[in-house]
Write a protein that binds this ligand. Sequence first.
Ligand code: SF4
Length: 700
Amino acid sequence: VPKRLIPASTVTSICGYCATGCQLKLHLDEHGRAINLTPQAGYPVNLGMACPKGWQALDPLDSPDRATTPLLRNEAGEKVPVGWAEAMEAFVTRFKDIKEKHGRESVAFLSTGQIPFEEMAFLGCLFKFGMGFIHGDANTRQCMATAATAYKQSFGFDAPPYSYADFEESDVIVLVGSNLCIAHPILWQRVMRNQRNPKIIVIDPRATETAQAATQHVNLKPKGDLALLYALAHCIVRDGRTDAESIRRTEGYDDFVAFLLDYSPAAVSDRTGLSVEEIEALARTVSEPGKRVSWWWTMGVNQSYEGVRAAQAMINLALITGNIGKPGTGANSITGQCNAMGSRLFSNTTSMVGGHEFAYEDHREKVATGLGIPLENIPSDSSLAYDQILAAAEEGKIKGLWIVATNPFHSWIDSGRLAAMREKLEFIVVQDMFHTTESALAADLVLPSAAWGEKDGCFINSERRIGTLKKVREAPGVALSDFRIFRLIARAWGCDELFGQWTDPEAAFRLLRDLTKDRPCDITGLEGYEMIDRLGGAQWPYPAANPPVDQERRLFEDGNYYTPSGKAKLLFSPPAELPENTDSAYPFMLLTGRGTSSQWHTQSRTAKSDILRKLYPQDAYIEIHPADAARLRLKENDMVTVRSRRGEMQASVYIAPTVQPGQLFLPMHYPEVNRLTHSSFDPHSRQPNYKACAVALAKS
Ligand code: SF4
């Protein structure tokens, strides 16, 4: 072994990409600098495995595109390097000026699910309680707002009820809109460890890698999921395959049964594209007496104009069949980003922190007391959601934007609207590890931040497990951790005295931990980072009064939910029409989604890895069915123009029966893709509908 590869020591850290939350063992040289990594064998999440992104997690840290110094746009329109003092002066002067002229609703922040929750919480508290603004949201709105809203409405709190061990203990695993093989490859390995010979059913309009590997692919029409799920419930109720004890722990059952009368298999056959026999057979499979059935969903459900009701349709199925609160069961949302779950509890972006919502006076009082903030500094007004912030910017009501560790100029739906919005904004600050993202290029001020691996803190994964990340590199140039940048801003803004307790990430952790007391997410039993590492990560709740002994556990084993009545709510509404359907001018239905396990979102980090780049085409390609390709006389690798009512892009042709005739699939990793997508949103969660819009195709 070359000497440079022999570590002087090792330290563990949670991966900074997806919400699986794998633990990595970082190999350090004699100066404490990470030189290599391997997956951690004993960690209860990944059991010694990692996907390509995790293996190459150190690569982006060395990229020449790193932001190493603040950059400020001058009067000539060029961005020039400045020191932190000048950057802070510009930040404070410009945002205070906008606030003075236009009020506390005129500046907003857009943040991320990629930074530790100590930093997320600091950002929200600083912006709202210190700087005196109201509106801020995170890119978690694009990822799992639907799941969070569905759980909150049904269970009374945003509480995914499962552990990853449930993959291994289930008899029937139903994956809805989830390409687990490539989106969460380590969780697919957990499925493969199941020794119960499970049925693996994938409900998806595309024959994804997961659908091809499953025991059954239910190949329904795009957005036929909600009608199908109601039809399954219709059959189960009609045939008496329900669980009376579990139904006793719900509210609204009689209304639900009456609602389901309209959703017979025959009634939804056209909408779903499935035969009556297929639907009847599936209903029997997911309600087989004595079998453990688990429902799992990701972006195919969440990123929809009716995602909340689709998620709740799965929750309803789990509740009426007694598949909740037991091993191998559940209605289980798998989250996207490494700390999306942290964002759900602590981000302060959705007008809540530590399980306390600002809409309630007693919650505001607890936040004020817990954080030492004057009560009058805590706004009772709810923040606008992400799309509403951008709409307000388009209308000229929001004039300043602070973008932290996210890239909306690539990732936001119907991205052409952002170019127009940019013209209306007076000042954009982008705080990021790179100065070359689409959003950083649009900024007036770039604040260089440390990356994963260059700072400490905690992430929370999909199964509610808190894990620590460690500083194993120095940030380049004068880049600082987001935590340190927030401290600088607090001082420059003149509200530093409010945040005297936020001295470092672990001090912030303790503040936030204490704030969770008596909430469903109570983690008061966790002393600090060392204890979390010793436990192998800690799933919430972890209350001091009653610390759990079993870390592989699930919620609702006692049949008690977080609603005022203690019962789960059965919620439903009729399926809506597609926001944009195909027609003669735009005859193809475009699906978008993850294309590979080796790229992440907008590729801002993963494209910096030579190895990951080699695993995936760098130029856009589009999947088309062989029959459509023959009809349009298209050959493999032909260049085509894909056009929607909003924009167009070029892509090379990839002919595959993975899509149905009349459908196309584009991976989301290419910046042009969101020129095409359609601005429509779930009315409950405000999550964007990325998965279905009408396009036309022509040979270039
Ligand atoms: Fe694990 Fe996700 Fe990181 Fe891959 S990206 S190593 S699956 S946490």
